[in-house]
Design a protein around this ligand. Structure first.
Ligand SMILES: Cc1cc2nc3c(=O)[nH]c(=O)nc-3n(C[C@H](O)[C@H](O)[C@H](O)COP(=O)(O)OP(=O)(O)OC[C@H]3O[C@@H](n4cnc5c(N)ncnc54)[C@H](O)[C@@H]3O)c2cc1C
Ligand code: FES
Length: 269
């Protein structure tokens, strides 16, 4: 059951010119229920009725860390929170990633990168071979890559303008990974003759997710995506976050997602 709680800000860090990280003292009950890919719904001041959904980036026994960029009033208010301030937090919410696969490529684009760190950490802790493909607008937007490097077998970084060292879109990294993954359909020496099919898990802009889903489908690789929709209640009661599924049904991103199998999603705009 999600918990609604007034939580103290334990740490407030600026990750770069655009991204803010808040570590919240949420207590054991909320932290113990958390799994990767879930989100919290945060009240951003008394004057704003609707809470703001922010993904959980990482967590420990009593704290959750969220990372966000300023988009409007709510996130601007959040960016001014300091250590010791109190926040009204509801969570953890939604269905996250199943990180039990043995070989995982986590794919993050822009502000979709932080939730994938939680996936990478949880999967690596469970003994999985984790690889990361991360895309940023430029070097100034780069964040959290040291932490990915710590828990991943490999990490590739790319940016729209090349200032991170390689120019291009993160989908190129996904395509390369899929092409260079001998375990997809044939036995190989490195996995003792037992094929280990990778699972690709992604969060980022919808166009990026669509391209990642298409590449995975072409290679016959399972793909899980975290979708973003505007939200009202965050708990399945208001329909604001409804999204179209491939079978013609509509699902709630807040309650049924935000993580879906890419095959379930209607990718036509
Ligand atoms: C499941 C989920 C996880 C998210 N995780 C993160 C994260 O980890 N880091 C991060 O920076 N952002 C994340 N977002 C986006 C974040 O919720 C929006 O940037 C934020 O709500 C904008 O609020 P605002 O008041 O600053 O902007 P405004 O534009 O002033 O917001 C007006 C209203 O629209 C809603 N809204 C605006 N943009 C979005 C959006 N993109 N998604 C959902 N609602 C929106 C707001 O919640 C608010 O109710 C996530 C969104 C979802 C749905
Ligand atoms: S936000 Fe209300 S149903 Fe999803």
């Amino acid at each position: 059951m999600p918990v609604q709680k007034i939580c103290t800000v334990a740490e407030a860090v600026r990750l770069n010119e655009y991204a803010y990280a808040l570590t919240l003292e949420v207590g054991e009950e909320m932290a113990a229920q958390t799994s990767c890919g879930q989100f919290v719904h945060i009240k951003c001041g008394e004057e704003r009725l609707l809470r703001r959904p922010i993904s959980i980036c990482s967590w420990d026994k009593t704290t959750l860390r969220v990372v966000f960029e300023v988009r409007g009033e709510g996130t601007e208010w959040l960016s001014r929170r300091k250590v010791g301030d109190e926040l009204d937090v509801l969570g953890p919410l939604g269905h996250g990633f199943d990180s039990s696969a043995k070989k995982i490529l986590v794919v993050g684009g822009g502000i979709g990168v932080p939730p994938m760190l939680g996936v990478a950490k949880a999967a690596a802790a469970a003994g999985a071979e984790v690889h990361a493909a991360l895309g940023f607008r430029d070097q100034g937007h780069r964040m959290l890559t040291d932490e990915f490097a710590e828990c991943c077998r490999s990490m590739s970084v790319i940016s729209d303008d090349g200032t991170t060292g390689r120019k291009g879109f993160v989908t190129e990294l996904v395509e390369e990974f899929l092409q260079n993954t001998p375990c997809v359909s044939v036995d190989c020496a490195s996995c003792s003759g037992k094929p280990v099919p990778p699972v690709v898990m992604a969060c980022g802009p919808k166009g990026m997710l669509k391209a990642v889903a298409k590449a995975c489908a072409a290679h016959g690789v399972e793909c899980l995506v975290s979708l973003e929709e505007r939200m009202g209640c965050g708990v399945g009661a208001c329909l604001v976050c409804a999204c179209d599924m491939a079978d013609g049904s509509r699902k709630h991103v807040c309650k049924d997602g935000p993580v879906f199998n890419a095959k379930e999603v209607d990718w036509n705009d």
